[in-house]
Each structure stands twice: as structure tokens, then as C-alpha cells.
Write a protein that binds this ligand. Structure first.
Ligand SMILES: C[S@@+](CC[C@H](N)C(=O)[O-])C[C@H]1O[C@@H](n2cnc3c(N)ncnc32)[C@H](O)[C@@H]1O
Length: 178
């Protein structure tokens, strides 16, 4: 789950860019999806990718209670499939914001598909980029740390984005599409 200070920062970034279209890759029980929806105007839309129906069952009453249920479109399936469906539906280049926070080994794929889906000056936020410090010296069999380390190194040289890596919580990267 996103740290509260990270969720607060993302909500404020959305307000700053007047975001109305966001994607969350890895919704869990909806904490940050709800926070993003609350930061958006009434026409806001959050496409929330989650693989476990049980997490959505927990989240749903809170979305309803907060009055933002109509803004959050939950898709229960592999996140990659949802991102591909959004591209196929002609939504490439139309999203304002993406938060990547699902399985670490697929982060690079999520990042590439997110870049395709956001508009110029759109924002991608990536959680857990420090992974409790394990990215510094990943163990041979630690595929998550290795994947995060590789993505961090790739992003450092990625000319397609302007980058900030923050030591907030477990590490938060903000990439703005050029
Ligand atoms: C760290 S939690 C997300 C927390 C959430 N972003 C928040 O801040 O409240 C990661 C979530 O990603 C989901 N997940 C993992 N692999 C996935 C996949 N391949 N496709 C979709 N969701 C996935 C997990 O079920 C889990 O709920």
C-alpha cells in the first residue's frame, strides 16, 4: 500500500496538472485509488488494475461511502491485459497520470505501456524503487530487486522523461513524459 505521504503527494500532483484520467497498476484494497479519485473533479476516471477479486470486494464499500464509486473503474485481471485493452480501445496518449505499484518483475513492462498511454507532460509515479535498500546489492535469486535495479538504471538514462527519484517511504520515482 502506498505510504500516506506518497498518496498525499500523488493527489496533489493530480490537482496540479488538473488530471482527469488516471491508471493505478495494483489497486489492493483501494487506498490510493480512492485518494486519487477524491482529488479529481466529478468527470475524473481512475482505471484500477487488480488481479484479486477479494481486494475489490473490500474496497467497494469504501468507494461507495466516499461517493466516488462512479469514478473508479476496476478491472480484475492481469494488469498487462488491461493496459493492452486500453491501447486497443484507442486511449494511447490520453491519460494524465499512472501509478505503478503491482508485481515488481513486470515494472518495466508497466512503465513502457504507461508511457504509451499517457499524454505529453503526463506523469508516471513508480513505488518501491528503493525496495528497502535491496536494489543496491540484489541477491542472485532476488528477481524483484534485480528488476527494480534494472529499471532504476534504465530510467536514469531515459531521454523520453524528466525524472525525480524521491527517498519518500520505500522510494518513489516521478517520471514526466517529454
Ligand atoms: C502493493 S499492492 C497495491 C497497493 C495500492 N496501490 C495502494 O496504494 O493502496 C500491489 C497489488 O498489486 C496486485 N497485483 C500483483 N500482480 C498483479 C498483476 N499481474 N496484475 C494486476 N494486479 C496485480 C496485488 O494483488 C496487490 O493487490
Amino acid at each position: 500500500m502506498a505510504a500516506s505521504e506518497a498518496a498525499q503527494l500523488m493527489a496533489n500532483l493530480l490537482r496540479l496538472i488538473n488530471g482527469t484520467k488516471a491508471i493505478e497498476i495494483g489497486m489492493y484494497t483501494g487506498y490510493n485509488a480512492l485518494s486519487m479519485a477524491l482529488a479529481m473533479p466529478s468527470n475524473g476516471r481512475v482505471v484500477a488494475c487488480e488481479i484479486e477479486q477479494t481486494y475489490f470486494d473490500i474496497a467497494k464499500p469504501f468507494f461507495q461511502e466516499a461517493g466516488v464509486e462512479q469514478k473508479i473503474e476496476v478491472r480484475i485481471q492481469e494488469a498487462v491485459r488491461t493496459l493492452d485493452e486500453l491501447v486497443q480501445a484507442g486511449e494511447a496518449g490520453t491519460f494524465d497520470f499512472v501509478f505503478i505499484d503491482a508485481d515488481k518483475i513486470n515494472y518495466d513492462t508497466y512503465y513502457e505501456k504507461s508511457l504509451e498511454l499517457i499524454r505529453t507532460k503526463g506523469v508516471i509515479v513508480i513505488d518501491n524503487v528503493l525496495w528497502s535498500g535491496k536494489v543496491l546489492n540484489p541477491a542472485e535469486d532476488d528477481v524483484s530487486s534485480k528488476a527494480l535495479d534494472a529499471l532504476n538504471k534504465k530510467l536514469h538514462k531515459d531521454e523520453r522523461v524528466d525524472l525525480s527519484m524521491l527517498t519518500v517511504a520505500d522510494g518513489l520515482t516521478i517520471a514526466i513524459k517529454r
